[in-house]
Every structure is written in C-alpha cells, then in structure tokens.
Design a protein around this ligand. Structure first.
Ligand SMILES: [Zn+2]
Length: 80
C-alpha cells in the first residue's frame, strides 16, 4: 500500500467527524485507502480546527515515519 492511493474520507450522509488526537474535539477527518475505504491509522488524519488545533498527519508523512527506524523506536518507547 502506498500513500498515493490515500484520500481524506469523503463526506457522505451520516459520516461523523472523529475525535481529534490533537485537541480531543470531534472535528477530525481520517485518511482512507481510496480503493477499500479502510482507515490507514487512527493518527493519520486532519483536524478541521485549523487555527486552534492544526493537527494534520498526512499519509505521506506517516509512511515516511514507518520507514524511519529511529522514529519507530521512539514510538515504541512512548508506548511503554
Ligand atoms: Zn484537533
């Protein structure tokens, strides 16, 4: 899978905003795989409260980080 096929979840009836990992408000849109509509990761998304929160982790950055061993190591340490 590659970030080239990832899109922000399209708006459709009934879709709700998710809880933003940055500010905790329900103002968060997740990226999905365009083909399957599956979420990439709960951290990969964008907050629409651009001014007060500004959380945005694009798929490109997420996949870059996945390939970054140092970042992975840091992530693991945070989880412990
Ligand atoms: Zn936010």
């Amino acid at each position: 899978m590659s970030y080239h096929r990832c899109i922000l979840e399209p708006y459709h009836a009934g879709r709700r905003y998710s809880r933003c990992p940055g500010c905790g408000k329900d103002s968060y849109t997740l990226y999905v795989y365009a083909e399957t509509g599956e979420y990439i990761n709960e951290t990969v998304g964008m907050c629409r409260r651009r001014n007060s929160c500004g959380y945005h982790l694009p798929p490109r950055e997420y996949f870059t980080r996945l390939n970054d061993k140092k970042w992975k190591l840091r992530l693991r340490m945070q989880q412990q």
